[in-house]
Design a protein. Structure first.
Length: 517
């Protein structure tokens, strides 16, 4: 996915000449700009991917219920998705380096608070603060590259950044799983605490090696839009999460929350239409290609995030995997996906965007279907690894062309805004994946959990106090719940392929055929 702020103008660094002449950082400091961008983005990528492996340990350590562990993930994604566009605009308004540093500082402080959280509600609150910090940190990583590295060198720098991001995303769950397997359930706190030394090193390099840039824009920040988006997304996520809670969900309350969330999101759209400086310029959606690319993003990334959140939990609790082996399933997926990025970009150049953006989601959906029997068998090398490698093929064909589709669907002057919106859509998809697919998993679990000892227990019920028969019933019900998630995500992936076929340009129109949309 493209990051918010990827297409920003060149910076005017310290000592800018009169009249606005561009001054980038000195050539000797440019490698440090890249290192800072990689370190900071890795904080967010690793923290987002490793939590899914740590969920069973967090649940056991804090005595958290299924809904609470969903909010451990969703509190972070809610604030990140609703504030990331404001975070990108704040960098333009107040200076990229200063806003970037503030985001890192808040993220690290919240990470340390997560490490010392004594209860599930406390951890959820700290994760929300992490999301706020990440919203001001994530857009700044590529913005620093854009502002401090000349255009002739920028493509290579972004390529190095993207490769490092892929490696960190793959290694995060693997290393986190190894720590949990070696040190026990309480070691989940180190997953958050490790952000402190990494963040301090990043800040030290940032202040010593990256020049302070002058703000280039004076537009107001759309705080009203951010508040409306946060409230609307939060209410809808609450409704979806509550729908999977217990044997008898409070349906009147759920309906009221969903209706209030929908009304608030409608108010957000109305505000964005008339706001002086909207965080989401709605006129961009007049392009069929842009609207289609974002709908495709939402469907495909909802499917992906749902599988990657519930797969490790199921492997650990129902199939008896160690956290290290559960984290290892991310490795073939990420490495295959990263290795195909260049090929997929070339395919889009030759055949147009429609082919890879249709073929990739279809292969992704097939991989989701394969994961259902793979998890039932529990075989790592012969079943789960091939399915995850196929998932990497599907996403590898889709990710790079999708980023291209988003940028090409907007004029050059607003490529940054377009990529920022698409980034926010992808983060929102993760929010809805954990909440909405959690309701699917919980409903199927409740229907499949036949043992009386499991009555009232949620997906992934703890084993404490369960006899062998109840444990076997719980494991089977969890597998059934995950299989329902896999089937749902396969349908979402197929739907995203249909959206791509109907909205994206083919070979005849090529890369320049978007103007008429």
């Amino acid at each position: 996915m493209t990051q918010a702020g990827a297409a920003l103008p060149e910076c005017q660094g310290r000592g800018a000449a009169p009249g606005g002449a561009v001054h980038r950082c000195p050539e000797k400091d440019r490698p440090f700009v890249l290192v800072v961008a990689i370190l900071a983005s890795s904080l967010g990528f690793i923290d987002g991917s490793v939590v899914s492996v740590a969920i069973p340990a967090i649940r056991a350590s804090l005595g958290a219920g299924f809904v609470e562990v969903q909010w451990v993930a969703n509190a972070y994604m809610l604030l990140l998705s609703s504030l990331i566009l404001v975070g990108g605009a704040a960098g333009d308004r107040f200076g990229q380096r200063d806003v970037f540093a503030a985001g890192i500082g808040l993220f690290v402080a919240a990470s340390l608070a997560c490490a010392f959280a004594g209860s599930a509600p406390g951890l959820i609150a700290c994760r929300a603060l992490q999301g706020v910090g990440a919203a001001f940190m994530v857009p700044g990583s590529l913005a620093l590259i854009a502002k401090n590295i000349p255009r002739a060198e920028r493509g290579r720098a972004v390529g190095v950044w993207a490769a490092a991001a892929g490696v960190s995303s793959a290694l995060g769950p693997l290393v986190g799983g190894w720590v949990l397997a070696s040190l026990g359930d309480g070691a989940w706190r180190w997953i958050f605490a490790i952000n402190l030394p990494s963040g301090l090193v990043t800040l030290a390099l940032l202040f010593r090696r990256v020049p302070r840039d002058r703000p280039s824009l004076r537009a107001k920040l759309d705080w009203q839009g951010a508040l409306l988006a946060t409230a609307g997304l939060g209410l809808v996520a609450y409704a979806l999460t509550a729908a999977g809670e217990g044997e008898e969900p409070d349906w009147p309350l759920i309906a009221a929350a969903a209706a209030a969330g929908a009304a608030t999101l409608a108010g957000f759209l109305a505000w964005e239409r008339c706001a002086e400086a909207p965080m989401m310029p709605l006129d961009l959606f007049a392009s069929k290609a842009f609207s289609g690319a974002n709908l495709l993003t939402f469907l495909l990334y909802t499917a992906l995030a749902g599988v990657l959140f519930y797969l490790p939990m199921t492997l650990i609790q129902a199939r008896g995997y160690s956290a290290a082996w559960a984290g290892g399933v991310f490795l073939p997926f990420t490495l295959v996906m990263a290795s195909l990025a260049r090929f997929a970009g070339g395919l889009a150049d030759r055949a147009g965007l429609r082919l890879p953006l249709t073929l990739g989601p279809l292969i992704t959906g097939a991989a989701f279907l394969l994961l259902a029997p793979a998890v039932a068998s529990g075989a790592f090398w012969s079943a789960i690894v091939p399915a995850m490698a196929l998932l990497g093929v599907g996403m590898g064909l889709a990710v790079s062309p999708l980023s291209t589709a988003v940028v090409l669907a907007a004029d050059d002057a607003r490529a940054g805004a377009a990529s920022g919106i698409n980034n926010a859509v992808a983060r929102t998809a993760s929010l809805f994946a954990v909440a909405g697919l959690g309701a699917v998993a919980a409903a199927v679990f409740a229907a499949a959990a036949k043992d009386p000892a499991l009555v009232g227990q949620g997906f992934g019920a703890p084993l404490d106090g369960l006899d062998a028969g109840a444990r076997a019933a719980r494991d089977l019900a969890m597998i059934r719940g995950f299989q329902a998630v896999a089937a749902t995500t396969a349908a979402l992936a197929a739907l995203s392929a249909a959206v791509a076929w109907l909205t994206q340009p083919g070979a005849a129109r090529g890369r320049s055929g978007l103007e008429g949309d």
